[in-house]
Write a protein that binds this ligand. Structure first.
Ligand SMILES: [Zn+2]
Length: 136
């Protein structure tokens, strides 16, 4: 059985079995002790030991994907500021064509990032592991 976090401090605890076959957990970190005496509780504890590591992995995957989205949003913000600067620098009456081309190139990068962001959102939606969590 995998480890289960202590409800008080979050330390991962191994499930122990006493001489009568009953399950218990002892947290050396905060000193709490958890005894599970009934069959239903022991079954729930075993289930939790199986599902907790799975859910932790899914949460880590979601966090990673969220950080990627955040990084893209930050880049888009920075590029939009650059587009505004280039637009100003290009002038209004006598347009600097190099600045206009640079602005258009940066805009293409923004468009590509937005498209990538949309694909990421679709991937999250279609990830089979996450879908299963919602269904159960
Ligand atoms: Zn604890």
């Amino acid at each position: 059985m995998d480890k289960i976090p202590c409800f008080l401090c979050g330390t991962l605890l191994g499930v122990r079995t006493d001489k009568n076959g009953k399950l218990y957990l002892i947290c050396d970190s905060c000193g709490s002790q958890h005894f599970v005496r009934r069959q239903h509780g022991m079954e729930r504890l075993k289930e939790m030991g199986r599902y907790f590591p799975q859910q932790t992995a899914q949460l880590a995957a979601r966090m990673e994907s969220l950080l990627q989205v955040q990084a893209r949003l930050n880049e888009i913000d920075a590029l939009k500021k650059e587009i505004q600067k280039l637009e100003l620098a290009a002038g209004h009456i006598f347009r600097d064509q190099e600045k206009v081309r640079a602005r258009d190139a940066v805009q293409k990068r923004v468009d590509a990032l937005l498209a990538e962001l949309e694909r990421t959102a679709e991937d999250i939606h279609e990830e089979p592991g996450l879908k299963k969590t919602v269904a159960t």
